[in-house]
Design a protein around this ligand. Sequence first.
Ligand SMILES: Cc1ncc(COP(=O)(O)O)c(C=O)c1O
Length: 429
Amino acid sequence: MTNHNLSQRARAALPGGVSHELRYRDPYPVFIERAKGAKKWDVEGRCYIDFKMGSASQMLGHGHPVVVEAIRKQAESAIFTADSHEAEIEWAEWVNRLYPSAERTRFTASGSEATMLALRLGRAHSGKDHVLRVDGHYHGWHDHALKGTKPGSTQAASLGIPDAINYLIHVCPATPEAMALALQDDRIGTVIIEASGANYGCVPMSVETLKALHDVARAAGTVLIFDEIITGFRWSPGGRQARDGIVPDLTTLAKIVTGGLPGGAVCGRAEIMELMNNATVRNGISPAVSHKGTFNASPLVAAAACAAMPLLASGKAQAQADAMAARMRDGMNAVMNDLGVRGLAYGDSSIFHVFFGQNSVEGLTPAEIRGLPKPCVKAYRDGMLARGVDMMAYTSGLTSAAHTPAIIDEALEAFHATLTDMIHNEVLP
Ligand SMILES: Cc1ncc(COP(=O)(O)O)c(C=O)c1O
């Protein structure tokens, strides 16, 4: 079996041959069979250093034995019954303890469902339908999240989304002045912010800026949502809000919160979260905010999450991942320096981004930061993949607790060789 053969089969069975548009690759993606620690293997037996790590979900490394054992044990007792169970309580208690904004937690089946629910809660609590979001920030793929996702564009990044919904979504740049101006429109009752800055911090957002945005949203009396689907359990066990002491009303989580299985969560102030309590009646509707979902808090996912929580709560996993990302960023900057390439490796926590063409991204707009020429990005990603290193998206990558100095140094050799080719082929800006 080869990647090429499978891609031909995939194209006849799946739109574009993939199940997620970012998995598309020209001429075809690699089909992964097995993953362990910080590595994965394709159907042809090739090994890759993984800097995607399950789209940022596998913080403890692929196939952590404690998580695998918890899933195995749970599968033997009950895979899924759609009933209440003890592990969902324990799981919510972990989240409520770790996240300063969390007095109650409700689990969902994905991150997109979490932001969809948080926006519904924000609208119900504020009594206002209009939402303000920040240019380029990503909050999932549902109808209320796609206007403003493409940096510099206020067009929804998909057909099929009603104008009536896009009309309710306002987009502002990530500055307190711009947000304050936008919030003069008193139809807006909810603000949502990607806690890392756009695209897991590809467009960095300083502590001062996040704090100032928080203060502006608060002063306007809106419901403030931090989307911590990337930063949750990564920036710190309690996400960015615990690390930097900036607390929203509601928080969305996914990816790591589930121990790396499918799912998500919304947590936040009891006053807002209890709108989902069946006993809460508003305007004759009870529960005031409806939320269903067959697979919410599935026992298998809850078991994985509860097994992962002690490992995630200690902060050791984050410290290891942070150190490895810092080693990667430093190493990449040294390689660019050696080769005379103008560029910058940067990023917060356990994430690294690369920008080519100048040595700083300060003062650039999100559209400029995300606007590297396509042939450059493709040459970079393909060059790394050909040398056994898989990136997250664009020019970014992230580390886990399973990455080691030896793995990072191997990846840096691939980076050196890839850049050497890019110089030779004149694809750098
Ligand atoms: C910040 C952010 N919000 C929301 C989502 C959507 O989560 P999901 O892909 O689980 O629907 C993602 C996914 O990458 C994300 O990074």
